[in-house]
Design a protein around this ligand. Sequence first.
Ligand code: AMP
Length: 324
Amino acid sequence: MSESVTFSSLELSPAILQAVEKLGYETPSEIQAKCIPSLLAGKDVLGLAQTGTGKTAAFALPLLNNIDVKAKYPQILVLAPTRELAIQVAEAFEQYAKFTHGVKVLPIYGGQSYGIQLKALREGAQIIVGTPGRVMDHLNKGTLKLDRLSAMVLDEADEMLRMGFIDDVETIMAKTPAEKQTCLFSATMPKQIQSICSKYLENAEHVSVAARNSTVESVEQVFWMAGHVHKNKAIVRFLQAENYDASIVFVRTRNDTVQLAEYLERAGFSVAPLNGDMNQQARERTIERLKNGLLDIVIATDVAARGLDVPLSLIHISEPTRPY
Ligand code: AMP
């Protein structure tokens, strides 16, 4: 947290400050302190930051502050790599807009019925948070118009690149007004992201927050080495010995999620897999069951688990071949 900056010194509207206070945010995080003034002033921002740094509020608070609530058309478009992140960002906007009357936020992602999305678009949603695929569908159908957009955010741009969405992202950007404000967040800066930045960002404020120290003081981190053949047995023993309400186990592949879930089920655990083969409803249901205590353990791939917001008491990373 940045010691010297307070939320009230950031020139956000009283309604937004009230929402921030209600959420219990005390001081702006480093990225918020750096981004909010620039975005409020209408500048483009290039943010090198990971999840957990508070980047969502860093762009959502100032952009929300600047919309015209009386104008009932899309003014802000956020593109996110996964449905889960899109939903989470949309929920964050809704929380921040709680006391700002007349704001409508719409998450649009594949797997959700078009009906809900079309209704909200007709009702004049000003903030659209979507995955590139579904946003493209709406643009092709003519149901989403971006010609009066005032701001656009690419959230987790490197993930969109990694997941193969970058052409869709560029097609979408080409359909937005040139004079809008653009904001790009990425944890890393591969060449293709750099080239998007030089193409679409103008005199951008570069904001970089030191790679997040992903340890939180309240979280104890422990590791055990176990040979491949002993791993499943080791996890069972570990789960039997630990005290926990909800647990998530990360594995490398979709197949592993199913196999380990079946193994743990046979060992008597209340467990389910979470992977990209499952449709959106099934994924949401699994997360709800974990939150409600109907499930104790979810076995996930990192992609399926991105953007989840579940208080966990245990996290296992099996075969951590990628940094999480
Ligand atoms: P993000 O990096 O945007 O995914 O945010 C990570 C988490 O930090 C979310 O649960 C936010 O609600 C929370 N958060 C964001 N900004 C603040 C803040 N200034 N103070 C406390 N919590 C925050």
